[in-house]
Design a binder for this molecule. Structure first.
Ligand SMILES: C[S@@+](CC[C@H](N)C(=O)[O-])C[C@H]1O[C@@H](n2cnc3c(N)ncnc32)[C@H](O)[C@@H]1O
Length: 467
């Protein structure tokens, strides 16, 4: 989490190296405040980084900017009074400062501070677009037909009733395209339902953007408030978000939109403390490298952490014997990575590191990566992911179909093994894991460089690993 520093135009922002961590409740449970302060240093040790550099940190999924924190709040347990307190606190934050930092990262081109008239017009348009895109989403019509319908809807000035009539006609003439009701719909498994919902949401998003014909500079800023809360309060998280956000709307005339928002305001209420800020990242920063996903593809941020743990040296041969889609090798061979990670960050070498990274040096320079998998399909996926990478790095990864328990390698040649073992849930089996793990580790021991060979292995099935 970070903290703004009051400088004109905010060319820099002051950030503590806790970026993204408060976002997860689980993390907060695992890492109480005192422990975070002990590990990362108290406020005085805050480090100053330019936003663009923070965005390049490889072990971070999301970046939030902390605008203000309040401690020792006296929540009374009386709903009206506590809601009033929340509303009051929302006005004690310098939102202009916060928004200007957010804007530097996101380059929002619309209207940041709309007048009441602009708000009313924007709100009306949003309601129309949303209602239409939602009905498109549930229509069961093909995306081609919906595309044409969206064009017509725009020509009809998004007239909801006329578009609905048109849609009904199309549905009747395309009955065959509408999915029949499944007789055993109750037995359709959860994963399938989730996938369907995901597809529907993606379609709605496409339709929403298609129906919105306004120029970027005509759009009014849309926002939502997300509340994370811990402790006993007489209000729920949604109440807090609603009232805190409502006060902001009264003040700035922004449009509330829970799904198609530009700005996510984060409200963290931890017992008698309240922190608020904004999310600087639009998408999780782990969305990188991989174009062809498999059932167990690792997040790039996790891959980065594992490679760091292995402390690769110049010229090391790094092998992932159970490579899946190659995510570990691809992250390990990625250029332009910053060398420091947030956990053992040392302010003194940050600037030097940035300079090195800006010159485009590989993070783990001259390391050679080899990854393989027993399934030819996984190897194909790795190859597809490698071919989506840019030129220079491709030559640093080789991929093979092999059995990790019988590696086609000479004794004592591998400097570092980094691998994500089958957990026995989506891949492999709990029953087979003890045998597989034993044989894989034995093979690693045979092929590792004596004395200096290392391995970083990930598994959730620790019981099988310890057997
Ligand atoms: C947890 S997945 C690895 C996922 C990978 N890190 C990724 O992000 O795509 C484990 C992989 O081990 C492979 N595997 C299982 N047994 C193997 C064996 N004996 N030899 C080689 N690969 C094996 C599976 O096919 C699977 O792709």
């Amino acid at each position: 989490m970070g903290d703004t520093k009051g400088q004109a135009l905010f060319s820099r922002c002051r950030l503590r190296c806790l970026t993204g961590l408060l976002q997860s409740k689980k993390f907060w449970n695992l890492w109480p405040r005192e422990r975070i302060e002990r590990r990362f240093g108290a406020e005085s040790k805050a480090c100053e980084l330019e936003n663009k550099h923070v965005m390049k940190l490889r072990s971070i999924d999301k970046v939030h900017l902390l605008s203000k924190g309040f401690q020792n709040l006296k929540f009374t347990g009386i709903m009206d009074t506590d809601i009033m307190t929340l509303k009051l606190l929302s006005t004690c934050v310098n939102w202009q400062k916060t928004i200007s930092v957010w804007d530097r990262v996101n380059s929002f081109t619309g209207i940041k501070y709309p007048s009441m008239a602009e708000y009313i017009v924007a709100k009306e348009i949003e309601i129309k677009i949303k209602a239409l895109s939602e009905s498109f989403r549930d229509s069961g019509l093909s995306s081609q037909i919906l595309d044409d319908l969206a064009n017509k809807a725009c020509a009809m000035d998004l007239n909801y009733d006329n578009v609905q009539i048109e849609m009904k006609k199309l549905q009747q003439s395309n009955l065959s395209l509408v999915q029949p009701e499944c007789p055993n719909s109750s037995t359709v498994n959860k994963t399938q339902k989730k996938l369907e919902l995901k597809e529907k949401n993606a379609l709605e998003k496409i339709m929403y953007n298609k129906l919105d014909k306004r120029k970027e500079e005509e759009k009014v800023l849309k926002y939502r408030v997300t509340c994370l809360r811990k402790g006993d309060h007489c209000f729920g998280s949604q109440d807090a978000a609603h009232h805190f956000g409502g006060e902001l709307q009264d003040q700035y005339n922004w449009v509330v939109d829970l799904s198609h928002y530009d700005l996510n305001i984060l409200l963290c209420i931890m017992r008698d403390e309240l922190y608020c800020g904004v999310t600087l990242t639009k998408e999780s920063l782990h969305h990188r490298n991989i174009t062809h996903f498999g059932p167990t593809t690792l997040r790039a941020t996790v891959c980065y952490g594992m490679i760091r743990l292995g402390c690769p040296n110049l010229g090391d041969i790094i092998v992932d014997p159970l490579g899946g889609g190659g995510s570990l090798s691809i992250e390990g061979s990625n250029p332009n990575l910053l060398l420091f990670n947030d956990l053992d960050y040392d302010e003194s070498d940050a600037l030097e590191t940035m300079l090195v990274a800006e010159q485009g040096v590989l993070t783990f320079p001259l390391t050679f990566h080899l990854c393989g998998d027993i399934h030819p399909k996984a190897v194909m996926r790795t190859k597809a992911n490698i071919s989506s990478m840019e030129g220079q790095q491709r030559s640093k990864i080789n991929t093979l179909t092999w059995d990790a328990t019988k590696l086609p390698l000479r004794d004592g040649v591998v400097d570092l093994f980094i691998s994500d073992l089958p957990f026995g849930k989506r891949c492999g089996s709990k029953k087979g894991n003890p045998h597989l793990y034993t044989n894989v580790v034995r093979e690693m021991a045979r092929t590792a460089v004596p004395g200096t060979g290392r391995a970083v292995l990930l598994t959730h099935d620790t019981r099988s690993f310890c057997k």
